[in-house]
Design a protein. Structure first.
Length: 640
């Protein structure tokens, strides 16, 4: 619980400290030689754009704009930003329609991701229609402003993250898809992964995403400047149209509207369902999100299933051997392309070896008994990789990727029994404060350490003090100041956003209330019935339900589907068939369930108006509803 008075105080960021200035000087001396080819690649093929890449919604609201990033026009990094991140953030502001090859075009800078257009014999093939329908429609309009207007004959989803499919209704319609005029092609497992990631842990991920992308922070040189893969997330409407065709074999070749495409599946890499594309006629290789101009995440700060670094490297190696040596351009769904056979080979070899090195060296040190924090502190990339701009950690970092690899093999537990059942922060913090001699002594010592530039330690110590005495303004301010300097110093956009949002919430409290895009009805409607019952189960408060025992038959009358639910021992399980008799039957349509999941009505309202019919002991169904927990998306993170 933070001090309520803090909300009434206007806070401004502190300047960079002497220690931060010194850290930036060291960074400048260690950075690779400047490579003007990167900016040339980012600008190559530019055709046109609109001012500030501004996109507005149906009611005139701004969904996307780069106007607030005008401060990045300054070529020299300010004291409040890591010089490498500043350089990368400037390149990510370049926006517009770009020609990649004779048939391939991209719109970049209109969303956190890129949209790619391939010109077929008579129509248009779209790869990854951005995050929301508003930015996708704006990108398509920009393309049509400069190129012939053609019907969209296919949409390819490269993988199962929302910024690569959420704008599909901005480039096609469900009517065109159902009529066969537009094909939707995705990797096997796409729908399950696309929907599942946003359902069971969606509330927690949404809150944590604020720290990863920094979209609730102000845009200026002291706050949010980038997100690594792009600027930030748009605030539009996420949509989804299910695929009409799945790529199931590890390599498949199809000809779409005269364009030959070789599909290469890369499951369990950057996404559980993902694929690369090779266009032999254009000698162009698309790496989806497995090969970008940054070290990527093996587990993003928002949380996700840990990605397989070994497979990631292997897929890049396969792409190099199969396609890369004959390709004349490599491009992806974030950042900008690379041209030229020699440069492509070097780029793919380095990206391949980057993930393999992190994997192998982490496992090597793991087998010496080192823990995740110890390996993360000790890990150093070889000089050959450190000398490459595209191998730097603007998005992922060596540190948290090492910890993800450790988690992949050995879980969260470091093997030390003292950490096996450690006290949580709310219980441990008061004792830390007592052991350290009380709050005042901690503040005095931490202030000295702050002045010496020991920001990591100060942030750690002040976290204990804030959890012990959350209303203590001095602790919150000193912790915020330490996080702020850490944000100024870090090369990673996601770490910067996390540190700076943590600093703001220590000062002002958790009062942003801002989310990403609006809830997607398409996403809700795509949830399978089995997924719905999984979601229902995680909302059951087990303690509240522990004395209940019931069997419910749940029927979707319009689908002809019946499910048997069993609530016992505080756990709700589901089966598509059961030989046991039920005590109550619940009948409803799937459309009514969609309305409930979208928040348009509720279970009790549907019971009252008769759109949910109950036979048998109706009180049991109401008791089940009474066990359901409500999730609040703005839970505290940096305070109890």
């Amino acid at each position: 619980m933070h001090n309520q008075d803090s909300k009434e105080i206007a806070f401004t960021p502190l300047p960079a400290s002497a220690s931060t200035l010194a850290a930036h000087q060291r960074a400048l001396s260690e950075l690779p030689l400047d490579d003007p080819q990167e900016e040339a690649d980012a600008l190559r093929g530019f055709i046109g754009t609109v001012p500030d890449a501004e996109v507005r919604g149906d009611y005139g609201q701004i969904v996307w704009s780069l106007a607030d990033y005008a401060f990045l026009d300054e070529p020299e990094a300010p004291a409040t930003a890591h010089p490498a991140l500043w350089r990368h953030a400037r390149l990510n502001t370049l926006h517009g329609l770009f020609k990649v090859t004779e048939r391939i075009y991209q719109v970049r800078g209109f969303d956190v991701s890129n949209i790619t257009f391939i010109e077929g014999d008579s129509g248009l093939i779209v790869i990854d229609p951005l995050t929301c329908k508003e930015t996708a429609a704006a990108a398509l309009n920009l393309y049509f402003k400069h190129r012939p207007k053609r019907p969209v004959v296919a949409v390819l989803y490269s993988h199962s993250h929302a910024d690569h499919f959420g704008g599909v209704r901005g480039v096609t319609t469900e009517a065109d898809v159902k009529a066969g005029r537009t094909a939707i092609i995705a990797p096997a497992g796409f729908m399950e992964e696309a929907v599942a990631e946003n359902v069971l842990a969606g509330t927690a991920m949404m809150r944590r995403s604020q720290f990863q992308f920094g979209h609730t922070l102000a845009r200026n040189a002291c706050c949010q400047i980038d997100a690594g893969m792009g600027k930030t997330m748009p605030r539009g409407t996420i949509t989804l149209i299910p695929p009409t065709q799945l790529i199931r074999e590890m390599t498949e070749t199809h000809v779409i509207d005269g364009v030959e495409i070789v599909f290469q599946l890369t499951p369990e890499s950057e996404a559980p369902a993902e694929m690369h594309f090779y266009f032999p006629q254009e000698r162009a290789l698309n790496l989806a999100e497995n090969g970008t101009r940054s070290l990527h995440n093996l587990c993003p700060l928002r949380g996700a299933q840990v990605r397989n670094a070994q497979l990631w490297s292997r897929y890049l190696g396969d792409s190099l051997e199969r396609f890369g040596r004959e390709a004349t351009v490599v491009f992806a769904q974030h950042n900008w392309p690379t041209w030229g056979s020699e440069r492509i080979t070097g780029y793919l070899e380095a990206q391949r070896d980057l993930y393999k090195y992190l994997h192998d060296q982490t496992v090597r040190m793991m087998n010496h008994g080192m823990t995740a924090p110890e390996i993360a502190e000790a890990m150093q990339l070889p000089d050959s990789l450190r000398a490459l701009w595209h191998a730097r950690g603007y998005y992922g970092t060596v540190s948290h990727n090492v910890k993800a690899i450790y988690q992949h093999y050995l879980s969260w537990y470091d093997g030390n029994p003292s950490n096996l059942h450690a006290l949580p922060p709310e219980m441990a913090a008061p004792r830390y404060v007592e052991y350290m001699g009380g709050a005042q002594a901690m503040l005095e010592r931490a202030q000295r350490d702050f002045e010496n530039g020991e920001y990591r330690w100060v942030a750690q110590v002040m976290n204990h003090l804030v959890f012990a005495q959350p209303a203590l303004r001095e602790a919150r301010e000193l912790g915020a100041a330490a996080l702020e300097q850490m944000g100024y110093q870090t090369e990673s956009a996601t770490w910067r956003n996390a540190f700076l949002l943590g600093a703001r919430e220590l000062r002002e409290g958790n009062c942003s209330g801002t989310q990403f895009a609006s809830r997607s009805r398409d996403m809700v409607c795509a949830i399978t019935e089995e997924m719905f019952f999984d979601y229902l189960a995680v909302r059951v408060d087990g303690q509240r339900a522990q004395h209940l025992s019931m069997r419910i038959d749940w029927v979707f009358t319009d689908l002809g589907k019946r499910f048997a639910l069993n609530l016992q021992h505080g756990a709700l399980t589901c089966s598509a068939s059961s030989a046991l008799p039920s005590q109550v039957e619940v009948a409803m349509t799937r459309d009514k369930l969609n309305q409930i999941l979208c928040g348009e009505t509720g279970f009790m309202e549907a019971l009252q108006d008769g759109s949910i019919a109950v036979q048998g002991d109706g009180s049991l169904f109401k008791k089940l509803l009474g066990t359901l927990d409500q999730f609040k998306g703005e839970f505290n993170v940096v305070e109890p």
